[in-house]
Design a protein around this ligand. Sequence first.
Ligand SMILES: O=P(O)(O)OC[C@H]1O[C@H](OP(=O)(O)OP(=O)(O)O)[C@H](O)[C@@H]1O
Ligand code: HPA
Ligand SMILES: [Mg+2]
Length: 191
Amino acid sequence: MTDGSWYDADIERVIITETQIREKTAELAKQVSADYSTVEDGLLLVCVLKGAVMFMADFARALGRHGPAAELEFMAVSSYGQGTTSSGVVRILKDLDRDIAGRHVIVVEDIVDSGLTLSWLLRYLASRKAASVEVVTLFRKPDAVKVPIPVKYVGFDIPNEFVVGYGLDFSERYRELPYVGVLKPEVYTRA
Ligand SMILES: O=P(O)(O)OC[C@H]1O[C@H](OP(=O)(O)OP(=O)(O)O)[C@H](O)[C@@H]1O
Ligand code: HPA
Ligand SMILES: [Mg+2]
């Protein structure tokens, strides 16, 4: 397995390596930086906790090399709970701390799977009167989409399998893996 993590024994195969994630994050930050080079009051990055925490931290730092200035905001929502399929019910566990009216917002997501979380979130942010809202997601599963979402910045399109690592969990575990992989089937039966 890639880096000798103690979780490696549970991983059937790696889908995206740590190096691929690092290079793609730099690329996405460059694109966003070029597209928003003229905004006067900077960007507002909205991280969707918990899954996007790793990507937010790395993406914000990559953006920091180029500009524009960015403020970091965090929302926590949950639709997967303990399972591997979306419940379809999105719950706000932590709301924004500030007014986003008139601001250029970029929602930072780890993954767009069914699209249910983002479709709900984009409607919510629109109701808060942002000047613009775009989405950057590191992963997307094109074959899983139930609600088509306009996502401007996508890192990797991946197969329709449940993945863990780099923020993505199964039952709150595996978020700290530096790469993204698929679990061995016995991990689910043991859970
Ligand atoms: O496109 P969807 O099918 O809606 O799935 C994507 C969402 O699901 C995951 O969050 P989850 O509800 O597992 O919460 P977590 O980030 O705290 O793990 C993930 O982090 C995305 O936010
Ligand atoms: O494939 C996934 N893995 C972990 N969490 C998720 N939330 C949506 N899709 C996934
Ligand atoms: Mg989750």
